[in-house]
Design a protein around this ligand. Sequence first.
Ligand code: EPU
Length: 439
Amino acid sequence: MTDDLLRVHGGHPLRGEIRVRGAKNLVSKAMVAALLGDSPSQLHDVPRIRDVEVVRGLLELHGVKVTEQADSLVLDPSNVDTAKVDEINVHAGSSRIPILFCGPLLHRLGHAFIPDLGGCHIGDRPIDFHLAALRQFGAIVDKAPEGLHLTAPGGLHGTKFELPYPSVGATEQVLLTAVRAEGVTELRNAAVEPEIVDLICALQKMGAIIKVHTDRVIEIEGVPRLRGYNHRPIPDRLEAASWACAALATHGDITVRGARQVDMMTFLNVFTAVGGAFEVDDAPGGGVRFWHPGEELRPVAIETDVHPGFMTDWQQPLVVALTQARGLSIVHETVYERRLGYTDALNAMGATIQLYRDCLGGTPCRFGRRDFKHSAVIAGPSKLHAADLVIPDLRGGFSHLIAALAAEGNSTVYGVSLIHRGYEDFEAKLTALGAAVSA
Ligand code: EPU
C-alpha cells in the first residue's frame, strides 16, 4: 500500500514553525460529553485526526448531528437514538473512546452497547475500573461475544468510588456518568491530567457541579439537566513534546505555535536537563520554540508517571533524543507495562538500548518483579543509520519517524496511517520543517 508508507531521507536538521491544535486526549472526550446536553455544543480548534473521525462517526450513528464550521465542530444531540450493534462495531475501529459512551448513553437512552476496544498495544489495558465504577452507579453489565450491553433499570445514582490507580479513562468515565446521576459522587485517587481538568471545564460550562479537592479527590453533584458547551480545548502537549524531541534528535530548531508552557512544565525540566533549549512566547498566537543549542546532550534518569509526573506519552520521542546523549540514561516506564517494545527498531538502527524487568532508578512500580521489560538503559551517543521500519503504535511510531529523520540515509517507514490517529497533517508539517519525505 503506497499510501501507508513514508520514505525519509534523514540526517538533516528540522527547522521552522508548525502549529498544534486541540489536544487529542481532550477533544475526543469533549465530543462524547456533548451527548449529555439538551442543546448543541460547539468545540473549537478540532484537529483533523483519525480519533476525531471515529468519535464523530459513532456520535452520528447515535443520532448526533455533527457539522463543521471552519476549525470547529457543532454537535447537536437533540435526536439521540439507539445505534445498530454491527454498525457500532464497524465504526469503532481502533479507538478506546467508545468505553466513555457508557454513562452518557445510559442517561440518554437507558441502555448502551460498547464494542470490543482497540487502541495501541502498549499493555493489557483492561477496563475493570470502568466497569466496577459503572456497576456502583447502578449499571448492569452483560458481556456478550460482540461487546458489552449495559442497562440501568433503577437509574444511575451517585456513589463513592476509589480507583486502585489514577486511571485517566476511568476518571473520565466517572465524570461523564456522575454529572447527571442522582445525588453526589465522590471519586478518590482520581487522575488530574490537564486534559481531565479541561473536560471538567467543558462539563462545568454545561451546568455540571464538580469540585476538585486536594489529594486526588473529585466530588460531583449530579444535576437533572445539562446544556451544550462552547469550548476551546487546551493544546496538544503530547504532540508539542514530540516535535520538541524531533528538534533535539535532528539538531534542529522547531517553534510549536499553540504549545503552552504550563501544560509542559515537567517535560521542559527534562528537556533542559538533557541539554535542549527552549523559549516561550506567551503572546496570543504564541508558542514554544525548542532547539538543539549545539553542545553535546546529557543523559538523564526519568520515570514516567501520572500528572504532574513525566507523561508516558513523552517517553518514546525522548528516548530517540537520548540515543544522542553522552553516557547512560535510564527510563522507568510505570504507566504501561509494554511501552518499550518500539526500542528494538531503534537498536536495529544502531542505538544501544537494553531493557530490564526491574524497576530501575526509581521507586518500585506495579510492574516490578513480573514478566514486563519496563525499564530501559540507553547508552549514547549512537550514530543512527537508515532502516525499513514498521510503525508499532502511535507514540512509538512517531519516535520511529524521528529516528529515521535523525539517521543519515534513506529509510522507509511502513504503516504511517497509524500516526494519523493522533498527529494532524504530520507529512505536511515535516515538509514545512524542511524534511525530505515522500509517499
Ligand atoms: N488501567 C487498569 N484498569 C482500567 C483502566 C486502566 O488497570 O480499567 C490501567 C492501564 O492498563 C494502565 C493504567 O491504568 O496501566 C493507566 O491507564 P489509563 O486509564 O490512565 O489510560 P487511558 O485512559 O486508556 C489515556 C490516553 C493515553 C495516555 C494515558 C495516560 C486517551 C485516549 N488515551 O489512556 O494516550 O497514555 O491516558 O496518560 O486519552 C496516546 O495518546 O497515545 C495514549 C495512549
